[in-house]
Write a protein that binds this ligand. Structure first.
Ligand SMILES: [Mn+2]
Length: 317
């Protein structure tokens, strides 16, 4: 499959690069790494995401070039769909994007779709960034500091700073190579983890104040309402990582964050430690994910939603 992808790259001139809605560090880092690779080869590349780049990834080399509207896909020889298990993940323009002649899908999710004949997938890889690093090595493409910074960020964020169980020897070998090629791990960490606006910390304080513990403190739950976001002037992206704070409590095995997306609609983020499988819990509510990190959506009024989620987990109330 590496050869098939190399063929597409060498035989095409104009590329579209895209990823999923609400892009994360792996999506943006992987896209921009590939953007630099193609540009360094003298090719034309456009990075398109339906949603805006979260401010935290604004420091990534090339971030300013990402576009958020796509008038026409005429003229693109090939498209890279990255970090997406299904083409619908790219958003409203899925049909337009799916009509491009050559589609390459690079992804590391368990449930990978078959929307593309050229598919590079490995559910044991930490991130799409790690897979792109592997591709560049096979192709013997020079990895510049700009490429290294983007790929290192992709790996760093998708492994929760090398803490999740998707982190393996290959992950560290890729990270080591990227650091040697110019990824500044201190500067990247500072940009990602030490650049929060004060309002985000204030929002965090309010949200953590909603903490409830059940089952002898084995289950922890917090919630975020639209009202809290409004009052703190916060954006949805400022709620990221809150559920991990709950998991960081000693003894907590399941952490839950109920985030009110819009009135009466909640996104439920679930995290677990060890062998506790939260993908199964999310699955029962129509969602999915990994054993230690999953999500689903539940509709209703806050306390109803909380009860539904706790019932599904098996908390006696
Ligand atoms: Mn990913």
């Amino acid at each position: 499959m590496f050869d098939d992808i190399a063929d597409v790259i060498y035989s095409s001139t104009t590329f579209l690069i895209t990823s999923h809605v609400r892009p994360d560090g792996d999506a943006v880092g992987s896209e921009l790494a590939l953007y630099h690779v193609l540009r360094d080869m003298g090719k034309d590349a456009v990075v398109y995401n339906q949603d805006k780049t979260p401010a935290v990834y604004g420091f990534l080399p090339g971030a300013g070039a990402i576009v958020h509207s796509l008038d026409s896909v005429d003229g693109f020889d090939a498209v890279f769909v990255l970090d997406c298990s299904d083409i619908s993940r790219v958003g409203n323009d899925q049909e337009k994007i799916g009509s491009i002649g050559k589609i390459v899908n690079i992804d590391h999710h368990l449930s990978v779709g078959t929307f593309s004949k050229i598919l590079l997938t490995d559910s044991t890889a930490s991130s799409t960034g790690e897979m792109i690093h592997r591709l560049l090595k096979k192709m013997k493409v020079p990895i510049t500091a700009d490429i290294a910074t983007n790929l290192y960020t992709a790996i760093l964020t998708d492994t929760g700073s090398f803490q999740y169980s998707n982190t393996g020897g290959d992950t560290f070998r890729a990270a080591a190579d990227l650091v040697e090629r110019g990824a500044d791990c201190r500067e990247i960490a500072q940009n990602i983890y030490e650049a929060k606006p004060a309002l985000q910390i204030r929002l965090m304080g309010r949200v953590l104040d909603t903490l409830r513990l059940y089952e002898g403190e084995k289950v922890g739950l917090i919630y975020v309402t639209q009202e809290m976001l409004r009052e703190e002037d916060a954006l949805p992206e400022h709620t990221e990582g809150l559920v991990d704070m709950v998991r960081s409590i000693r003894g907590v095995e399941i952490a839950v964050c109920c985030y009110e997306v819009s009135e009466g609609r909640f996104k439920i983020s679930l995290r677990s430690k060890g062998k506790t499988d939260v993908a199964r819990i999310a699955g029962k509510l129509g969602g999915g994910g990994h054993m230690n990190a999953s999500a689903c959506r539940v509709e209703g009024e806050l306390e109803t939603v909380v009860r539904i989620v706790l019932d599904t987990i098996g908390v006696s109330q």
